[in-house]
Design a protein around this ligand. Structure first.
Ligand SMILES: *Cc1c(COP(=O)(O)O)cnc(C)c1O
Length: 372
């Protein structure tokens, strides 16, 4: 058997005719930029996330960047975030001219450790940017309380967490001042290329975002603000609107797969050899990734490879140790939980179309590796 890490073709066959019809409508209209498809999809996402406003943008990276720009965050400002995430999170902070300030993760959930944030707040801090990593919400309540106390913005990187809910039933992306989503093909709601969205309940922030994504312009050729080309395409919006209708069904399949892994690992006592992801019953973890913490991780990776089992490592080098952030002056040992996660975690296949025999094959291989 072979179990690919991610397989998009199976899902596509289930929606092919509807997607082709939606794309055909855009082609027939020959309206490719900021038209009715983007407007409709923005409404759909706002409704899905329970937010008042949604602004379609060109990628998840640009969603974070334009949210920071809209809040006027730039040179001289500091933004607190996690080093255990994709480069886009801190990269966007640095690209607007602000300084990323890293706070280590809570190893139990892989998201920023809310207990360590207060110590890193200075008079230059403007925002906290938590990441709902792998599909589980960060520990938002203390983050929101700290932000309120210090008058900081909270920008959520919800790129991996569309549809996730925290322990109070609040939707990922809808808890802070702005929430950022990515529609990169590997995300739970993936387009046929790049795309992103910013949601907010703040009407004036929403209108700033709308202007910034289109060169800071609300009236053609007048530019009160300096923005960029951060637009979402009509074609992507049309495709994503078709897929959004199935998102909850696909998410439930991801959750069911995660539960099946959990049960299999437990039944074989493997949960004593590896750490399986916490499955909080009062939260909605949407499992963009199912990530285990495994001793001899690199050896396990080679073994899985030899068994035809796709897997990935998110993320092998935490951001505070990336060359592009050398100037920030961090060194190895500064973020021990993130560094340990980078050394020991491994993501297993979790996409909705996996079958029970495939999941069992993966668990069999891990059992064989650790010697039963
Ligand atoms: C994917 C991702 C992004 C960036 O999204 P793109 O659409 O690829 O630009 C940002 N943050 C996190 C945590 C991501 O997983």
């Amino acid at each position: 058997m072979r179990v690919p890490f991610l397989e998009l073709k199976g899902q596509y066959t289930t929606i092919k005719s509807e997607v082709e019809r939606a794309m055909g409508e855009v082609c027939d209209s020959q309206q490719f930029v900021l038209g009715p498809q983007v407007r409709r999809f923005e409404n759909d996402i706002a409704q899905y996330c329970g937010a008042r406003h949604a602004v379609g943008v060109s990628s998840g990276t640009d969603a974070i960047m334009v949210a920071l720009m809209a809040l006027g965050i730039g040179a001289g400002d500091e933004v607190i975030t996690t080093p255990y995430t994709f480069i886009a999170t801190a990269g966007s902070i640095a690209r607007v001219g602000a300084k990323p300030v890293f706070v280590d993760i809570d190893p139990a959930r892989f998201t920023i450790d809310s207990k360590l944030i207060a110590d890193r707040i200075t008079e230059r801090t403007r925002a906290i940017l938590p990441v709902h990593l792998f599909g589980r919400c960060a520990d938002m309540e203390p983050i929101l309380a700290l932000a309120a106390q210090h008058e900081l913005a909270v920008i959520e990187d919800a790129a991996q967490a569309i549809g996730a809910e925290d322990e109070y039933g609040r939707k990922a992306g809808g808890m802070g001042l702005a929430g950022c989503f990515s529609f990169y093909p590997t995300k739970n709601l993936g387009g046929f290329g790049d795309g992103g969205m910013v949601i907010t309940n703040d009407p004036s922030l929403a209108s700033t975002l709308v202007a910034l994504r289109n060169h800071g312009s609300s009236t053609k050729y007048l530019h009160p603000l300096l923005g960029g080309n951060f637009r979402l395409d009509e074609l992507q919006a049309a495709i994503l609107a078709v897929k959004l209708k199935r998102l909850d069904q696909w998410t439930e399949q991801r959750i069911a797969n995660a539960k099946r892994y959990d049960a299999l690992f437990r039944a074989r006592g493997l949960d004593r050899r590896i750490r399986i992801p916490n499955m909080p019953t009062n939260e909605r973890h949407v499992f963009n990734q199912y990530v285990i913490t495994a001793p001899r991780r690199d050896e396990l990776s080679r073994f899985l490879e030899s068994q035809g089992i796709g897997h990935d490592i998110y993320y092998p080098v935490p951001l505070h140790l990336q060359t592009c952030f050398e100037y920030l002056g961090y060194k190895e040992g500064d973020m021990p939980a993130s560094e340990q996660a980078a050394r020991e975690t491994l993501a297993l296949p979790i996409y909705p179309e996996l079958t029970p025999p495939m999941l069992e094959y993966v668990v069999d291989a891990i059992e064989a590796f650790y010697g039963g």
